[in-house]
Design a protein around this ligand. Structure first.
Ligand SMILES: Nc1ncnc2c1ncn2[C@@H]1O[C@H](COP(=O)(O)OP(=O)(O)OP(=O)(O)O)[C@@H](O)[C@H]1O
Ligand SMILES: CC(=O)N[C@H]1[C@@H]2OC[C@@H](O2)[C@@H](O)[C@@H]1O[C@H](C)C(=O)O
Length: 365
């Protein structure tokens, strides 16, 4: 089987920067990760990105907008830098890379409602990135799924399935990014959905009450007390009862209920909130023997311990089976680019609720 070399680029809801991964793949179960770099955003760019997202949420649909277009152009330039860093780091020539899977950055996600009222918006200029890197780019991965009636997210589950062939079932792959999502596999079924905020509310709390961007190592939460009454309040939302498939915008939840708590108690309570959202998510799926955790949240031992304690499921980083949890989502978009170019499915009724398995993404060469 001929393998294609592809790069995947992900700018996640944590807004911490760009993850870029290089893989060789047949777009099926053959996947050879070859390198990975992260390009962190500086604080000023994060500020502009947040302004673009706030502005996008006020729109009725994606369209030209001076502020958002300027941020999109800047974001695209930063992605070109990430590509060049990845090529340099892996000693790869651009001409040896067939495709880039360019997720862009989600500034607004409104997947529910009537056909003319649902939309999802990932900013990033595919043709501009193709010109800047001289590599063909697949972009806009989510809109076709939303237009067809799917949630448009999560999309990484297809990659989780391809990578986990041969592993024992039942199995869960939990991504703890800004927003959390779970892919589950029983002996003969699978599915996926967003679980709730994972790091987003913790990050917002820490950034608002200190001069840090996140709770490194969960050290602040570890010294705090969980306020169970606040937690109960926060969990009292119809979202958690809603049957999958379901997906979220980063802005759908707030940590308002923690207002007035100390820095440490707020961090502890919001960390426990994330753990509780995972417990509730597991109530929607068949029993899982093992949870493999990817995304930045697996670097937070306080969060990992709370998830294990509150769900009773063995919880370990994906490194336990040899995957790279910092690179996994970026790798997924490289794999999806290869599938998109071949017209293969990237979403399924089980993963996004789309009526039929379908491909997605647009090619800019
Ligand atoms: N050492 C650490 N200690 C605690 N938390 C960490 C650590 N490293 C990363 N994180 C958390 O992980 C977050 C980044 O996670 P990740 O890169 O998976 O998110 P993302 O890709 O932006 O999100 P999404 O999956 O929602 O798109 C940080 O904002 C922080 O909250
Ligand atoms: C709309 C959107 O960008 N959703 C992201 C976000 O971040 C995590 C979660 O919410 C997931 O649904 C998705 O990203 C991952 C990469 C996915 O599509 O699988």
């Amino acid at each position: 089987m001929i393998l294609t070399t592809a790069i995947g680029l992900m700018s996640g809801t944590s807004m911490d920067g760009i993850d870029a991964a290089l893989i060789d793949t047949d777009g099926e179960g053959q996947i050879i990760p070859r390198g990975f770099v992260s390009l962190p955003y500086d604080a000023e760019f994060v500020h502009r990105l947040k302004a673009a997202a706030a502005h996008a949420l006020e729109q009725h649909r994606p369209g030209p907008d001076a502020l958002i277009d300027a941020v999109a152009a800047e974001l695209t330039g930063l992605h070109a830098i990430a590509v060049h860093q990845l090529l340099a780091e892996t000693g790869t020539d651009a001409s040896d890379v067939a495709l880039i899977g360019f997720h862009g950055h989600t500034v607004a996600h409104r997947p529910n409602g009537a056909a003319d009222r649902r939309w999802t918006w990932q900013i990033g200029d595919g043709p501009l990135l193709a010109a800047a890197t001289r590599i063909a780019v697949v972009h806009d991965f989510r809109s076709a799924d939303v237009a067809a009636g799917g949630q448009g997210a999560p999309l990484a589950p297809g990659y989780h399935r391809a990578r986990s062939e041969g592993l024992g079932r039942p199995l869960g792959v939990l991504n703890l990014g800004g927003v959390g999502n779970l892919t589950w596999f029983s002996e003969d079924q699978w599915g996926s959905f967003d679980t709730g905020p994972a790091n987003a509310l913790i990050d917002d709390w820490i950034a608002f009450h200190s001069d840090r961007r996140y709770d490194e190592g969960g050290a602040i939460a570890a010294t705090g007390t969980v306020f169970e009454d606040v937690l109960t309040n926060m969990l009292d939302l119809p979202w958690f009862d809603l049957a999958p498939p379901k997906s979220l915008d980063r802005a759908d939840f707030t940590g308002q209920a923690a207002r007035g708590l100390s820095l440490a108690n707020g961090a502890a309570t919001l960390t426990a909130f994330t753990a509780e959202t995972i417990r509730l998510a597991l109530g929607h799926v068949p029993p899982l023997a093992r949870l493999l955790v990817t995304g930045g949240g697996r670097h937070n031992p306080t969060l990992m311990a709370m998830i294990e304690a509150r769900t009773g499921v063995k919880t370990e980083p994906v490194e336990a089976i040899g995957w790279n949890g910092d690179a996994l989502e970026a790798e997924a978009f490289a794999w999806m680019a290869v599938r998109s170019a071949a017209g293969k499915a990237i979403s399924w009724p089980e993963t996004t609720g789309v009526p039929q398995a379908m491909t997605g993404g647009r090619l800019a060469a």
